[in-house]
Ligand binder design. Structure first.
Ligand code: ZN
Length: 255
């Protein structure tokens, strides 16, 4: 284990409140490409800003669901990886208060994280913007399969919208407020697999630091916060997080 990983484990052990902020990089080992990486599978032939935009859903639900239906199927087949499990282990050891995630893939939930704030929504359910009815993923998939044009419809007849934040939509206010409050109260903000470039989540390290907390970063690419982080780990996200759990598990409690 690297000295930096050992040092981070020690910071976590000493902190009163640790909050994790996770992004696309934590799900890459599960086989979910980060669409910001050029040439990454699913998003290769489409412009996500166009196809995953709220205006696209409004204008042409059939085209929208033709793309998104495939995405639902692909994501449902993915499994949480060692980094998701490391977050669960930290929470159960009492070392992690909450996970704030930009991901919509349900993998933190499925791994077993209980305090989870999904600031970009989740594919776990879809809603009718007309009557407000909400349907779980399996029901949405059944309705896609039953529809001749592959558009899941509400009982009222209107097309459903996945409860993920599409481009052009506001982030859910309650989740955002909770994320800001958690960041402000954290002694340590543990950023895992996030490029820390997408606003407003990119503000969280600044909020933690202004409140007197520290920022640690575990991610392979560069982030705007690298120079301001107490600790910066750039190795494989699974190996790094697992090493930290191991170090904390092996740590001898104070006499
Ligand atoms: Zn409806």
């Amino acid at each position: 284990m690297s000295a930096a990983a050992r040092e981070l484990a020690e910071l976590i052990r000493e902190a009163r409140s640790v909050v994790a902020l996770t992004g696309a990089g934590i799900s890459v080992p599960s086989g979910i490409p980060d669409f910001r990486t050029p040439g990454s599978g699913l998003w290769e032939n489409v412009d996500p800003m166009k196809v995953a935009h709220i205006d696209a859903w409004r204008a042409d639900p059939e085209r929208f669901w033709h793309f998104y239906g495939d995405r639902f199927t692909t994501l449902r087949e993915k499994e949480p990886n060692g980094a998701h499990h490391a977050m669960v282990a930290l929470e159960r050891m009492g070392h992690l208060d909450a996970v704030v995630t930009q991901n919509i893939d349900m993998l933190h939930r499925r791994a077993g994280t209980s305090e989870l704030v999904e600031v970009h929504g989740t594919i776990e359910h879809s809603s009718c913007l007309d009557c407000g009815a909400q349907y779980p993923l399996d029901e949405v998939r059944a309705r896609i399969a039953a529809s001749p044009i592959s558009v899941p419809a509400c009982d009222c007849g209107e097309p459903l919208k996945p409860d993920v934040v599409l481009f052009g939509e506001f982030l859910p206010e309650d989740a955002l407020q909770r994320a800001f409050a958690l960041a402000a109260g954290a002694d340590l903000l543990l950023c895992v697999g996030s490029s820390l470039e997408v606003h407003p989540i990119a503000q969280l390290p600044g909020i933690t630091k202004s409140a007197g907390g520290a920022v640690a970063i575990i991610t392979q690419g560069p982030t705007p916060w690298d120079a301001h982080a107490r600790i910066r780990l750039g190795g494989d996200v699974v190996a790094e997080t697992q090493a930290i759990v191991e170090a904390l598990g092996a740590a001898t409690p104070d006499p």
